[in-house]
Design a binder for this molecule. Structure first.
Ligand SMILES: Cc1cc2nc3c(=O)[nH]c(=O)nc-3n(C[C@H](O)[C@H](O)[C@H](O)COP(=O)(O)OP(=O)(O)OC[C@H]3O[C@@H](n4cnc5c(N)ncnc54)[C@H](O)[C@@H]3O)c2cc1C
Ligand SMILES: *[C@@H]1O[C@H](CO)[C@@H](O)[C@H](O)[C@H]1NC(C)=O
Ligand SMILES: *[C@@H]1O[C@H](CO)[C@@H](O)[C@H](O)[C@H]1NC(C)=O
Ligand SMILES: *[C@@H]1O[C@H](CO)[C@@H](O)[C@H](O)[C@H]1NC(C)=O
Ligand SMILES: *[C@H]1O[C@H](CO)[C@@H](O)[C@H](O)[C@H]1NC(C)=O
Length: 449
């Protein structure tokens, strides 16, 4: 891989500690390290294999290409189409297809890949710019000590840095310090169960074989439940089902580290094909959906402790944009901190980061929630209208899909794909950053929110 080499170097180079070494943490380590900041990542797990498949939308593909990963990206599977099916009958209700010209406008392809592959690419980039990555390193406390914040580890060590970044995911510890509202979230009553199925096994089932190698992600839509599948590697197919959790009595925690057997779930309300697919493997990864109100602050009072990725804006599990928002955050932070000249500027830039990224993340999150609502509608007039809209797509493609509401819905998704994190961040810098550490950011934020 060939990372962009001629990246501008920051005049003032910082010591940065990043808590969490998943997608957000590794991307951020690269984005800051490439402009000369000295970065250390503290990750609690042991760095072994993890996760399943990811859908990588064009905006993320775009950043990966700019980061020099064009060959890696080209190897992946492109995906342009979604088929919508009824969970009750299995009938095809309609299609959504990203046409070549639409994707061209967004600047890159929609691709499918392993979570592990994205992780490895970002790891390679982070190490290439000198980031130090420590595994088996659980952070137990973060303190806004003066003059610079400190991080405490489970083994008793304390470290300080000019800037501490919380990239520690949905159950963020750093957030507990930064967000004074202390919102622990509300259980939505839903869980996502993900299974990874060997494609050669699917191929033995005549009906499932038709999905095994099709580069698209089918969605089965039922009442308060849905299922989404896609092939993401030569022999791996991902299926995630969205599940009303009150049917499984236990209190598993949130996160990607919970597993359960597939045969204890009552799949009677899922279509035959979803049921067969899901139970082809013995174990499912379980991710509980905990709803958090918009997290008020991503930056602590000192301006030196900052949240990014899912720690700042937890999304729906298995969302299309979880990984892309995390990498966009990293790109934005990297662009801003390449302009650093004084320590006093740090709070201005961290505040600026929040200002810049908040609107985008809110927009994407609202879109994802309404897509989820659209695919899990209960029977009734609204669902009939949805299905009638979808049915138009069966009659000759997207051009005929002119139901206003649905069209507007998917147009919004298209807009999301076109966003360019680096350009947006550079624009912000030109407009506000170059003015120096003025207090206008706090003032403006309280006016606009
Ligand atoms: C193991 C794992 C597997 C995943 N698999 C998938 C998948 O298959 N499909 C999908 O769509 N999404 C998956 N995700 C979610 C996906 O990574 C996120 O949606 C998105 O990429 C943004 O993540 P993030 O980096 O902000 O947070 P996360 O990916 O949640 O990462 C947070 C990181 O912080 C570490 N951490 C947390 N607390 C501490 C602490 N106190 N000290 C040190 N380290 C800490 C965690 O171990 C983790 O590595 C997975 C996440 C994880 C952690
Ligand atoms: C983490 O610790 C475990 C147990 O001590 C060890 O087996 C593993 O190799 C360590 N992993 C890393 C990446 O250091
Ligand atoms: C504690 O963990 C940190 C981070 O992995 C490491 O640098 C340090 O050497 C460890 N300290 C002890 C006493 O083991
Ligand atoms: C959140 O959880 C913590 C620790 O479990 C608890 O002390 C706190 O009161 C909770 N906050 C709210 C708002 O429920
Ligand atoms: C990805 O691009 C889409 C549309 O091109 C855009 O709407 C979305 O905001 C982008 N996402 C990020 C995280 O930049």
């Amino acid at each position: 891989m060939q990372p962009r080499t001629q990246f501008p170097q920051a005049e003032l180079k910082l010591d940065v500690l990043i808590v969490g070494g998943s997608i957000a943490g590794l991307a951020c380590a690269y984005a800051l390290g490439r402009s000369g900041h000295r970065v250390r990542v503290l990750e609690k797990d042991n760095g072994c294999q993890r996760g399943g498949g990811l859908r990588v939308p064009p905006n993320l593909t775009k950043i990966l290409i700019e980061w020099g990963l064009v060959e890696e990206v080209k190897k992946r599977r492109e995906c342009r189409k979604t088929t919508f099916m009824s969970m009750d009958t299995g009938d095809v209700l309609g299609y959504l297809e990203w046409k070549e010209d639409v994707l061209k406008e967004t600047g890159a392809e929609f691709i499918l890949m392993r979570y592990e592959d994205l992780y490895q690419m970002l790891y390679g980039l982070a190490v290439s710019v000198g980031a130090e990555i420590s595994y088996n390193s659980t952070v137990t406390a973060i303190k806004p000590t003066n003059p610079s914040p400190s991080v405490h580890l489970a083994n008793g060590t304390s470290l300080t840095a000019d800037l501490v970044i919380g990239a520690d995911g949905r159950r963020s510890l750093v957030r507990e310090l930064v967000d004074e509202s202390k919102d622990n979230g509300t259980d939505s009553g839903y869980t996502f169960y993900t299974v990874i199925i060997p494609i050669d096994r699917m191929a033995q089932d005549p009906e499932l074989a038709t999905w095994a190698h099709v580069l698209q992600w089918p969605i089965w839509m039922g009442e308060n439940r849905c299922a989404l599948g896609f092939p993401f590697a030569d022999n791996d197919y991902s299926l995630s089902v969205y599940w009303p959790d009150n049917e499984v009595a236990d209190d598993a925690p949130e996160g990607w580290d919970v597993y359960c057997p597939t045969n204890v779930l009552d799949l009677s309300q899922y279509s035959d094909s979803v049921r067969r697919l899901f139970t082809m493997v013995p174990t499912a990864q379980r991710t509980k959906y905990v709803v958090r109100e918009r997290i008020a602050e991503w930056v602590d009072r000192t301006g030196r402790i900052l949240l990014i990725g899912e720690a700042a804006h937890p999304s729906l599990p298995c969302s299309t944009h979880g990984a892309s928002l995390a990498v966009e955050d990293a790109e934005a932070l990297g662009v801003l901190f390449a302009h650093l000249t004084t320590l006093e500027q740090i709070p201005q830039l961290t505040e600026g980061f929040q200002e810049l990224r908040r609107t985008r993340c809110d927009f994407i999150h609202r879109g994802e929630l309404s897509n989820a609502a659209l695919t899990t509608m209960p029977a009734g007039l609204a669902r009939d209208q949805r299905d009638a809209g979808l049915a138009l797509s069966l009659k000759g493609g997207e051009e005929h899909w002119d139901d206003d509401k649905l069209r507007a819905q998917w147009d919004k998704i298209g807009e999301g794909f076109a966003y360019h994190a680096r350009e947006a961040s550079e624009d912000w810098w030109v407009k506000w950053g170059a003015l120096g550490p003025a207090s206008r950011h706090r003032a403006e934020r309280s006016v606009t929110e």
